[in-house]
Design a protein around this ligand. Structure first.
Ligand SMILES: *Cc1c(COP(=O)(O)O)cnc(C)c1O
Length: 379
């Protein structure tokens, strides 16, 4: 039988072992070390920025981004509702309160209109402006980040971009993650490149990058004995994992192009099915890395639900996944304020499905998925 077609399987370059061997040769089986420095350097070059700090996870990067923005108990932080819980959880780690914003239909990301409504609304409700704004680039799709930045700047609220899914995505030729004060990346096993587990925080300058490294290594003050004036974390990336990252960084541009090709093949293969819309760059300003290709089903044109399609594809040994269930629909965030007009996130969740999109998939694999989708929806 054919091998299972997975959603986003890790894709090695073949050079990873060489970098891991380097770590062993130099006895650098530690957090920090030359591979970490090299990985940070490569990421910075790719992104066109000077200060990137490698960390143990994307979630850690978001957490430290909020620490750097001085988020404290009682503060409010604006966050995109339709996302993975890791975007919002760090707000809670700091005792602050998330305020959720619905998506707009073109990008599926934070609605700039609702963002401004929420900023004004929270000032009225609490007497204070929110402390930070976390937009997300879902499935790699750029947000309307120019408008979001313009509003954020007008109210003087810093932006922390959750670019965990969007490494290599661009808005008007600039890389996602480099617009706000901070930007978080993830190298989890299913992301566009992997370190087996890891993340990074894009920082505005050397001073803040040094401060992030300080927090990430237990906040040890520069003294001959252990001395702490503040609470620290153990969030640095291991030198072994960073070696995997160095080899992965070499092939990052190829990985982005392959995911874009996969998206194009799905779009071409599915565009004659009236009930299916393939989510695609809404304008030439946006260039998604298409971490995952996603589709929407039109319930007026098919009785098949996304979950029924998922089950049918699973029976054919194809892994798909429903979209992120918005934070506004999660019991754990039931008491958080939510700004919406017609609950776009819920509608997307009800109608959407993520298709296998890993860069190691073959054209034949994609065609198999397309044919199974067609067969299921034709019934
Ligand atoms: C993967 C992901 C994260 C978390 O990254 P980890 O490296 O798994 O901690 C955060 N936000 C979004 C949107 C993600 O997809």
């Amino acid at each position: 039988m054919r091998e299972r077609i997975l959603l986003s399987r890790c894709h090695m370059s073949g050079n990873e072992q060489k970098w891991i061997d380097k770590a062993f040769e130099g006895d650098w089986i530690v957090p920090l070390g030359p591979n970490v420095d090299e990985f940070e350097h490569r990421l910075g070059e790719y992104l066109g920025v000077d200060n990137v700090v490698a960390l143990s996870a994307g979630t850690a990067a978001l957490h430290l981004g909020l620490v750097m923005l001085d988020v404290k108990p009682g503060d409010e932080v604006i966050c995109q509702s339709m996302t993975f819980a890791a975007s919002a959880n760090p707000v809670k780690y700091l005792g602050a309160r998330p305020v959720f914003i619905d998506s707009e239909r073109e990008t599926w990301n934070m609605s700039p209109e609702l963002l401004e409504e929420a900023i004004i609304g929270r000032k009225k409700a609490t007497g204070r402006y929110p402390k930070a704004i976390i937009p997300v680039y879902l499935y790699g799709m750029p947000a309307r980040i120019d408008e979001i930045m313009e509003i954020a700047d007008r109210y003087n609220i810093p932006v922390l971009e959750d670019a965990a899914e969007a490494l290599g995505s661009e808005y008007k030729g600039h890389k996602c993650g480099t617009f706000g004060r901070y930007g978080a990346l993830s190298f989890n096993g299913n992301k566009i490149i992997t370190t087996s587990g890891g993340g990074a925080l894009i920082c505005p300058d050397r001073e803040s990058a040094d401060r992030v490294k300080f927090y990430a290594t237990q906040a040890r003050e520069n003294r001959p004995y252990y001395y702490h004036e503040t609470i620290g974390y153990n969030y640095r990336l291991s030198n072994v994992s960073a070696g995997i990252g160095c080899a992965q960084a070499e092939v990052l541009p190829d990985r982005v192009e392959r995911r874009r090709e996969i998206h194009r093949r799905y779009a071409d293969g599915l565009n004659d099915i009236p009930c299916v819309t393939v989510h695609s760059d809404p304008s030439s300003d946006m260039r998604s890395n298409y971490w995952l290709t996603t589709i929407l089903l039109d319930p007026e044109k098919t009785v098949v639900t996304p979950d029924e399609l998922r089950i049918a594809l699973n029976a054919e040994n194809i892994e798909t996944r429903l979209l992120w269930r918005p934070m506004s629909m999660q019991p754990v965030f039931a008491d958080a304020p939510f700004y919406t007009r017609d609950d776009v996130g819920r509608d997307l969740f009800d109608r959407g499905l993520c298709l296998p999109s890993g860069s190691c998939l073959t054209d034949e694999d994609i065609d198999t998925v397309i044919n199974c989708i067609k067969a299921t929806l034709a019934q």
